[in-house]
Design a protein around this ligand. Structure first.
Ligand SMILES: [Mg+2]
Length: 216
């Protein structure tokens, strides 16, 4: 296997606390039955012929359009209004920066590894996630699905990322919390670490790089 020269990291759920916390927060705040958000997403998918979250993440729906459609489906299902205008704020209020992973990536950058961020994200949320960390100081390449019109696990977005780094896929280690994204990366010949929690992921990253974990 070729030597790993670059790290390609996900943002949500890797550099932040798990996203499930945000959905739980919204469900609790709006007193929603557990399946409501998923069901509303399904309703909009059937109505529009496209998954609204995927459309949002590819920049084909604005945040406003997404929330309007989701809110409409929720209202139909629940028979009452839901404060969709609070959705993004609630969602982000529950997300904490994962400093331990950021510090690890910073240390690896200082050791000479090239750094890229590959995120499925939302145009209107750019200030929110960029406000969590000095993103451009750590990552020389940032690929945001909402600005390139494709999203993980589409192989083309990984190809675009490695092309921008200027290295073959086999020289890149990809880190993500979603298995489907990991599988796509491996299919392209990238090395990959499936993030589940900090201790596991940090140990797996060190192992993939052939480094002894530095005592903290
Ligand atoms: Mg993620």
């Amino acid at each position: 296997m070729s030597e790993i020269k670059a790290i390609v990291s996900d943002f949500g759920g890797v550099l932040t606390s798990p996203l499930i916390g945000s959905f739980m927060r919204i469900q609790a705040a709006w007193d929603l039955p557990l399946e409501s958000l998923g069901k509303a997403m399904q309703t909009v998918t059937e109505r529009d012929g496209a998954n609204p979250l995927f459309e949002l993440e590819c920049g084909r729906l604005t945040e406003h359009e997404f929330l309007e459609r989701l809110g409409h489906a929720l209202r139909e299902d629940l028979g009452r209004d839901v404060p969709m205008h609070e959705f993004s704020e609630e969602m982000w209020r529950a997300l904490e920066p994962n400093h331990e992973v950021f510090e690890l990536l910073s240390a690896l950058r200082d050791d000479g590894y090239r750094m890229a961020l590959l995120t499925n994200n939302v145009r209107e949320w750019e200030h929110r996630w960029r406000g969590m960390f000095p993103i451009d100081e750590l990552f020389e390449v940032v690929v945001d699905s909402a600005f390139v019109g494709m999203r993980k696990p589409d192989p083309r977005i990984y190809e675009l990322t490695v092309e921008r780094i200027g290295l073959p896929a086999g020289a890149c280690l990809f880190i993500d919390d979603m298995e489907i994204n990991i599988t796509a990366a491996r299919d392209l010949g990238m090395r990959a670490v499936h993030f589940r929690d900090n201790a596991q992921a940090i140990a797996d990253i060190h192992a993939a790089l052939g480094r002894a974990a530095t005592p903290r």
